[in-house]
Design a protein around this ligand. Structure first.
Ligand code: NAI
Ligand code: MG
Length: 326
């Protein structure tokens, strides 16, 4: 079956790593029709709008979207795009690749973060000059949904340990509901799981990341803990992510537009190519997803490396090596 893929390179190195990922996808036998959309600081300068309506429409009508990176207006682009694809799950793997410097080389984690509510529901009030409040929203439906996605993900990807992160001892109503709903899903599925208080989990992830696989979290906790895990595997440059909705999804590297190296042709395309692999996996091209991930892993282990990893390979040379490994 043919899939229509919206491709939004964006700003800076987004313009360099996105074509690299498309080259890798082109080297596979998959029936994708790519349609490019504009977004970013350049379009904003021309039209005043960093995310033109045509790009929103393109993302909406496509089966999936590949997004590179944006610059200064990143929040005005990526937040609406995530909403357009109706993403309820933010999937953030943090894996240490063999041969590269990592704080914790045994790390292989996948965060499954609730992406719509909690303290990021944006219900805030400034009541007086000196008092502001925030409403935290948790529904049983959204909590069940993220738990179902997390347990399904663990099963499909052969991960044994599923951990539900929460702080239900303090946020008894909201995280109490999140935990209760997630545990009910586990019990219905007959799945094994652990629960961890999110603050204790932060410490344990630093000390014993090898004890964890898939971690299901409320919104804010997932945001913080997945960045912490990024630090364990050597920073944001190699990390892909997915924003998954019911009929649509958006895949993007965790990094930004990297203005300090943009235009030099030396950006590391790994995070973007691994994001494309997550897209393949999501669209049920499981074998192709594994081939791409394995190829990136091999090139990261054997070289050539881009300058961020101490090598002198260009984006193109790295990408060519990945394609050769396919
Ligand atoms: P950044 O991720 O763009 O760069 C941080 C550092 O990592 C820089 O030294 C950069 O050269 C390096 N780096 C990042 N990705 C790399 C790659 N693929 N290969 C080699 N080196 C890489 O974050 P920064 O500097 O905080 O933000 C720069 C711009 O990006 C800002 O305008 C910010 O708003 C935007 N941004 C956009 C995001 C998005 O589109 N999702 C996310 C984060 C930042
Ligand atoms: Mg974050």
């Amino acid at each position: 079956m043919s899939h229509q893929i919206a491709v939004i390179p964006g700003d800076g190195i987004g313009q360099e790593v996105t074509p690299a990922a498309i080259d890798v996808l082109d080297a596979l036998e998959v029936d994708f029709e790519f349609r490019e959309g504009e977004a970013g600081d350049r379009v904003a300068e021309e039209t005043g709008d960093p995310l033109p309506e045509a790009t929103i429409e393109l993302a909406r009508e496509s089966d999936a979207t590949l997004f590179g990176a944006a610059g200064e207006r990143a929040a005005d682009i990526i937040l609406p795009l995530r909403e357009v694809v109706g993403s309820y799950a933010n999937v953030r793997p943090a894996k240490a690749y063999p041969g590269l410097e990592a704080v914790k080389p045994e790390t292989d984690l996948v965060f499954i973060r609730e992406n719509t509510q909690g303290v990021y529901a944006q219900i805030e009030s400034q009541l007086t000059d000196d008092l502001a409040t925030l409403t935290r929203v948790v529904t049983r439906e959204a909590s069940r949904k993220i738990a179902e996605y997390g347990f399904e993900y663990a099963e499909e990807h052969g991960y044994d340990n599923v951990t539900i992160a929460h702080k239900a001892n303090v946020m008894q109503e909201t995280d109490g509901l999140f935990l209760e709903a997630a545990e009910a899903v586990a019990e219905e599925r007959g799945a094994d799981y652990d629960t961890e208080l999110m603050d204790a989990l932060a410490m344990k992830l630093v000390m014993y990341p090898e004890d964890y696989d898939v971690i299901i979290t409320p919104n804010l906790a997932g945001d913080v803990l997945s960045d912490l895990a990024a630090g364990l595997v050597g920073g944001l440059g190699l990390l892909p992510s997915a924003n998954v909705g019911d009929d649509n999804a958006l895949f993007e590297p965790v990094h930004g537009s990297a203005p300090d190296i943009a235009g030099q042709g030396v950006a590391n395309p790994s995070a973007m190519i691994l994001s494309a692999a997550m897209m393949l996996d999501h669209l049920d091209y499981d074998d192709e997803a594994t081939r791409v991930t394995d190829a990136v892993e091999t090139v990261l282990a054997e070289g050539p490396h881009t300058p961020d990893l101490g090598g002198d390979a260009s984006t193109e040379a790295f990408t060519a090596a990945v394609i050769e490994q396919l």
